[in-house]
Design a protein around this ligand. Structure first.
Ligand code: SF4
Ligand code: SF4
Length: 463
């Protein structure tokens, strides 16, 4: 049966937002009570929550979001890095430095160059990558992406290995999604950029990407191609953020209803200065305070969806947003093709400006100081625990039984391979504390055994 694709109903969303304008203090308190009691929020309640203004209520919102996050994710924060392999692009997205109209020498990495980048990423301790490339069917066909994935997975440097590649390529066909699935990708990531169709068409002029419906239904085709882990997102600053949040909720529900599983992750990038654009042309940019609300409200609206924050944001803000809902962060990132190799010589070009330039080691130390457990775990994907199998475990809360020990194991592995003395001490303290917190004796015992094996250099542990 043909699936209904008009799930982003502009009139419905706009009416919801207009009605929500009258939300009073009392109603917001009631919604916060419901959120605290884990009752699940309706579209209308989320629209009302987006009208929050009172400072005390905002603090309560952050607290509830933080508690909800902790109950689902514990103290774990997943760490990853992007890998840009090509800046060829036939599109003309007004906000992007790689747009067609920007005249600069385009680059795509050869297999050798990709391997060089991967070794540098492995040297930093990374195990998870997000593969990034622009859209260009002639210069960068699907075969190029498949070869790049193979180059990444087969490159090993000392004890390092990339165990999961999430892929962010342009909306494509079912057939191409099948190829990505066969290449063992982790999550297929595609940002809608904006769900507001008139804005979408304005910021994607005269280009392949300009087809709103084709872009919006990319996850349908990905699911039909066998990919059951998909990651959505919007670029905050293009259109009204309230419109985007309700749309993310609708898209997530649509995927759940039609394919049995919603977004695995949602990314929350904010528009940044890039080559050939001026931020003044974007009146919907959001300040830090609004951004805090957005992260907390998304956490309440879609509790089981991971939330990703990149190094576009400053270390200070990232530190804070992790408390309210972020579950995955990038670290030590370069947003440039060949950027890891070029870094020491001074960068020339970037897709957009970055704000957090710390190394993964520095980020990990800070996370540990704040009582988080940085995790390089990729076990679910390696065990075939994706899509609805993953969501069932997540929603029942049983995922904690595997996540916590796995996070500790990957942290221990990182400390042994890449840590300095200071980090190793911090990791030892965290492991001792966390082993105490694991309530099931069998899991505690197994974790101890596996930690021993890591010390002896054994790696095949489904980390
Ligand atoms: Fe190309 Fe992506 Fe940049 Fe658009 S956002 S110009 S599709 S690289
Ligand atoms: Fe993520 Fe699965 Fe590892 Fe938990 S066990 S941290 S959900 S990969």
């Amino acid at each position: 049966m043909e699936k209904e694709i008009n799930f982003i109903n502009q009139e419905y969303i706009e009416n919801l937002l207009i009605e929500a304008k009258d939300t009073n203090y009392k109603e917001i308190s009631r919604i916060l009570d419901a959120a605290q009691n884990r009752e699940g929020l309706t579209h209308k309640e989320v629209a009302s929550l987006l009208e929050i203004k009172d400072e005390e209520q905002k603090r309560r919102l952050y607290k509830i979001a933080g508690e909800l996050k902790k109950s689902i994710y514990g103290n774990r924060i997943v760490v990853f890095a992007p890998l840009y392999v090509s800046d060829y692009c036939v599109n003309n997205c007004t906000y992007c430095g790689y747009k067609r109209d920007n005249d600069f020498p385009r680059k795509k990495l050869s297999r050798d160059e990709i391997q060089k980048e991967v070794k540098l990423l492995e040297k930093m301790g990374h195990k998870r990558l997000a593969l990034e490339l622009g859209e260009d069917p002639i210069n960068v066909p699907i075969e190029y992406t498949l070869d790049a994935i193979d180059a990444v997975y087969t490159t090993k440097f000392e004890n390092g290995a990339i165990r999961r590649i999430n892929v962010n390529i342009a909306a494509t066909t079912v057939q191409n999604y099948k190829k990505l699935k066969d290449a063992d990708i982790g999550t297929y990531i595609l940002f809608q950029e904006t769900y507001h169709k008139p804005t979408y068409e304005k910021v994607h002029p005269k280009s392949l990407k300009g087809n709103y419906e084709y872009h919006l239904t990319a996850f349908n085709r990905a699911m039909e191609g066998g990919i059951d882990d998909v990651g959505g997102g919007v670029l905050f600053g293009l259109a009204d953020y309230k419109y985007e949040i309700i749309s993310l909720m609708l898209h997530n529900e649509y995927l759940e209803e039609n394919y049995g599983v919603g977004f695995h992750t949602i990314s929350v990038p904010r528009i940044k200065k890039a080559e050939g654009m001026s931020l003044e042309e974007y009146p919907h940019q959001i300040d830090d305070d609004t951004f805090r609300n957005i992260v907390a409200i998304i956490r309440l609206a879609v509790p089981y969806t991971g939330m990703i924050l990149s190094t576009r944001e400053t270390a200070e803000l990232r530190r804070e947003l992790i408390k309210y809902g972020i579950s995955q962060i990038s670290a030590g990132s370069s947003a440039d093709v060949g950027g890891y190799s070029d870094r020491e010589e001074g960068k020339t070009r970037t897709q957009f400006e970055l704000a957090d330039h710390r190394t993964p080691l520095e980020v990990l130390k800070e996370l540990l100081d704040e009582d988080y457990i940085p995790s390089y775990c990729t076990a679910c994907y390696r065990m075939g625990r994706t899509g609805d199998r993953f969501m069932e475990l997540a929603k029942s809360g049983n995922i904690q039984n595997v996540c916590s020990p796995n996070a500790l194991l990957t942290l221990m592995e990182y400390a042994m391979d890449y840590g300095d003395e200071e980090l190793t001490e911090k990791v030892k303290t965290v492991i001792a504390r966390e082993l105490e917190n694991i309530s099931r004796e069998d899991i505690k015992q197994l974790t101890k055994e596996k930690l021993e094996k890591i010390k002896n250099g054994e790696r095949d542990l489904y980390l």
